[in-house]
Design a protein around this ligand. Structure first.
Ligand code: I3P
Length: 109
């Protein structure tokens, strides 16, 4: 699965609150492959398989959990991703179908 999403970092590993100034929403071209969610700057970054993208923006999905973020009311179509190392992110998708599709895909890997 691939597509553009908005991402907000809430907690870094070990449930450490993401520092102020690093909690803003950012757009990424997201791809899922081999239990890893890669966040590329854009589709070009994905095609070129840009190293800088891969090193800094890969989220391991083994033992991760995606759930609809019903408690986050500032934006629509948002899901929460909690990882095995206890990091937490919010992802905004384009509509409810996309939201469900990302959640299902992530939880099935
Ligand atoms: C963050 C940015 C986010 C906001 C976050 C701010 O500031 O304004 O949009 O999250 O609030 O810290 P910065 O750009 O300086 O990182 P919301 O959109 O969810 O309000 P937070 O501190 O409550 O996470």
């Amino acid at each position: 699965k691939k597509g553009y999403v908005m991402r907000k970092c809430c907690f870094d590993a070990n449930y450490k609150k993401t520092p102020f100034g690093k909690r803003s929403w950012k757009m990424f071209y997201c791809t899922l492959r081999d239990l890893v969610l890669y966040l590329h700057k854009d589709e070009h970054g994905f095609r070129k398989n840009q190293m800088s993208d891969n090193l800094h923006n890969a989220i391991r999905l083994h033992h991760a959990l995606a759930t609809k973020a019903a408690d986050y009311t500032k934006k629509q179509h948002v899901f929460r991703l909690q990882t095995a190392d206890q990091a937490e992110y919010l992802f905004q998708t384009s509509d409810s179908k996309e939201l469900q599709s990302w959640v299902d895909t992530i939880n099935l890997v």
